[in-house]
Design a protein around this ligand. Structure first.
Ligand SMILES: [Ca+2]
Ligand SMILES: [Ca+2]
Length: 498
């Protein structure tokens, strides 16, 4: 072997070793030999494993942190292999945001994130007794449980159980409910589309609607009735055609009676949708059911505004109950201008064609409406009689308007830890089974629906991500993959050198 050949081999080997070291250091960065990967960023400089907060125009960098000016914002985290769990620690500051969420992009179609709560003002301020298991918190109006599991086991047999971002794995039930043999009649006049919940146990769903068509707008006025079961599956639909009068100068029609009778139903909450336009007036609801609450919207019409069409309106004031917090009122006619009262606070409906807003207390509110002809809208439910009231939505709490009727709240939430200088820290643990890995990245989203660009009081200081539980890969396999990978790369290099 000549000196030159020896030298060439030496140089080649040296090259291989350098490349080997280079590659292995690169690979090591991506390789999780002990089954976990921890990525920390104080967001002051770019790091290979985590992106900055984006899009750039929604954030502003100030000193060592970011001010969030618009939402949602995102960050990407490198996930070189698939993990089963991500723990995300966020250090943030919040002035006026009520709810801040953190989500991870999932494999589901479209723009889809599994989101949990980083900050919730109402939950932070509940002064109930609370216990936490590190992920979930149980709030109790009266302390009864020391253990969350113990509570979950019997949660379906106790009254007033509310859930927030927590699947109790069951449908809403009213403990001790018994069917009645008596019919009840609602004779409030309701205009247009309405939707309501009712409760069924050992009884048929049995409704008769008295409807009338005022024929004030051109075109047909059909009514379609849908019924959904406790699992939100449509189990019934019925189309009631227009009265045959389709011109806006046609007179109002005579009453028609429409019946819906569905026997042999499982126990639970049923949702009934009356889909129609404002020419259709529901003059009366007669039912075997005892519980009936309208969802999000009521349009009351016992008003002289409609006396030209219907001579038998009672024209009596209405009294309704709602758990909605932000309630909006609207009238389209002079007859609807009036002063109503919400829990004894007067609200002047002083203008037509304008939504007038009011806030109620976090309890069941009573609204007194002297003249009707009013659209009432809120995220919540409305009862026309107190006895009709029940709230099946407590198993999916959103805004706690109903804390009064809730005795327990089980929430996938923990109160943030207070650090110095107003900084807060909270942790969210995600199960990554459905998380999407795109180009080797997990994508996270931070959202705060009521963020106003003027606020400037929502700031993020740092992020810490801990990915654990490598999926389908054990550490021995990881090592094997690691060495195989290097071996292949070296062989490739050697063949190139040759
Ligand atoms: Ca019409
Ligand atoms: Ca008609």
């Amino acid at each position: 072997m000549t000196k030159i050949t020896k030298f060439r081999i030496f140089i080649n080997l040296l090259g291989i070793i350098i490349i080997f070291l280079l590659i292995s250091s690169l690979i090591k960065k991506d390789l999780i030999l002990d089954g976990k990967l921890i990525i920390e960023s104080d967001l002051t400089k770019k790091l290979p494993m985590i992106s900055v907060l984006f899009p750039e125009h929604r954030v502003e960098k100030e000193n060592e942190h970011y001010i969030i000016q618009d939402e949602p914002i995102y960050f990407n985290v490198r996930s070189p292999i698939e993990f089963t769990q991500a723990e995300i620690d966020v250090e943030f500051q919040n002035g006026s945001q009520k709810i801040i969420g953190l989500g991870v992009a999932t494999e589901e179609e479209g723009w889809n994130f599994e989101s949990h709560t980083l900050y919730n003002e109402t939950l932070n301020n509940i002064d109930w007794y609370s216990i936490s298991d590190g992920i979930n918190t149980l709030y109790q109006k009266d302390k009864k449980f020391d253990d969350i599991d113990e509570f979950i086991e019997i949660s379906n047999s106790i009254e007033g159980v509310g859930a927030y971002d927590f699947d109790l794995g069951e449908n809403f039930t009213i403990p001790n409910y018994q069917a009645s043999t008596e019919k009840m009649t609602i004779d409030d006049c309701l205009r247009g589309k309405h939707e309501f919940y009712t409760y069924i146990k050992n009884e048929a769903l049995d409704f008769t609607f008295k409807i009338q068509d005022i024929n004030r707008t051109d075109g047909e006025d059909p009514l379609i009735i849908f019924v959904y079961n406790p699992r939100n599956k449509k189990i019934y639909s019925k189309i009631i055609s227009d009265d045959g009068l389709i011109s806006k100068i046609d007179p109002a029609s005579n009453p028609r009676y429409v019946s819906v009778y569905i026997p042999n139903l499982e126990e639970g909450v049923y949702r009934v949708e009356l889909s129609t336009n404002d020419d259709i007036f529901i003059r009366e609801i007669s039912t075997q059911q005892q519980k009936l609450v309208f969802i999000d919207r009521l349009y009351l019409c016992d008003s002289k505004e409609y006396s030209d069409g219907f001579v038998d309106l009672t024209l009596e004031p209405s009294q309704i109950y709602t758990n909605g917090r932000l309630i909006s009122f609207y009238t389209a006619h002079n007859a609807g201008l009036q002063t109503i009262s919400l829990d004894n606070i007067s609200i002047n409906i002083y203008q037509k064609h304008e939504w007038i807003e009011a806030y109620s207390n976090p309890k069941l509110s009573r609204i007194y409406i002297p003249k009707n002809d009013l659209k009432i809208s809120s995220r919540g439910i409305f009862a026309l009689e107190k006895e009709h009231y029940f709230n099946p939505e407590i198993i999916n709490l959103k805004d706690y308007s109903d804390i009064e009727e809730v005795n327990y709240i089980i929430a996938r939430y923990q109160k943030p830890i207070e650090l110095t200088n107003g900084w807060l820290k909270n942790k969210i643990i995600f199960n990554l089974d459905k998380a999407k890995i795109e180009n080797g990245n997990l994508k996270f989203m931070i959202s705060s629906l009521n963020l106003d660009s003027e606020d400037n009081d929502f700031k993020i200081n740092s992020l810490k991500i801990k990915l654990t539980g490598p999926r389908n890969i054990y550490s021995s396999l990881a090592y094997k993959n690691f060495w195989n990978d290097i071996k292949n790369k070296i062989n490739k290099l050697i063949s190139q050198i040759k």
